[in-house]
Design a protein around this ligand. Sequence first.
Ligand code: NAD
Length: 261
Amino acid sequence: MSDYAALKGKTAIVTGSNSGIGLGIARSFAAAGLDVVLNSFTDRDEDHALAKEIAAETRTKTRYIKADLSNGDEARALVEQAGACDVLVNNAGIQHVAGIDEFPAAKWDAIIAINLSSAFHTTAAALPMMRKAGWGRVINIASAHGLTASPFKSAYVAAKHGVVGMTKVVALETAEEPITANAICPGYVMTPLVESQIPDTMEKYGMDRETAIREVLLQRQPSKEFATTDQLGGTALFLCTDHAAQITGTTISVDGGWTAL
Ligand code: NAD
């Protein structure tokens, strides 16, 4: 049996998965035969079309459910509406860059709600389903910023450290069950979230695009390369296999050596 054969037909919810890392993970899961629930806060035709395209390509029951994860009730409703949840990937996230004395309070609240509290709500709703099914995987997409800090990212760093801490608690509360909980900590991955930081970085440092990417964004990533969404998908998929059944309560860095420095 292939490593992934046992995953065929299991249901995976991937939050914030109409772009970037979440979409990469959703594509990897569907390719392995999981029925994926794609999610974001929009309800555009393109979001449903994307899910239909993946479903057709992979012959899975992949579909799209809208839920604004800044709202705890919507986060719980996403899991209820999915009807099953064998694998939960808490991936949705936003960022804002500003000094702590200038950080807009509304941005702080939104970052904590979407990056951290939504994972609490979805996990609370999903665990009873995993227990009923007798198997489960919780995979939280934290960040190198869940293990280290950077100036001007107070809310993001606080939220991601919170995600890492909550992951350990979920692992301990499920330790004697066939359920694992882990956090993946990416360094820089080229996604819309990172793309949106490039113009400001170029302006702030007076650099061209290539120099801004290499000297500023990838300055802390010793490999000097972005990780890919496909690599993140492969890492998440590995955590779903039997080989990873005893891996729980830990963090896996996919950061080109960032946190080894
Ligand atoms: P992205 O902007 O491509 O993806 C973010 C996703 O979150 C999108 O699908 C968006 O629709 C969704 N989202 C935003 N607000 C939402 C809301 N209120 N409700 C539901 N969904 C919402 O960015 P990404 O880089 O793919 O980020 C995905 C995750 O990876 C985030 O948690 C981010 O912090 C983390 N991360 C990214 C990097 C990186 O370098 N790209 C590094 C470390 C961690």
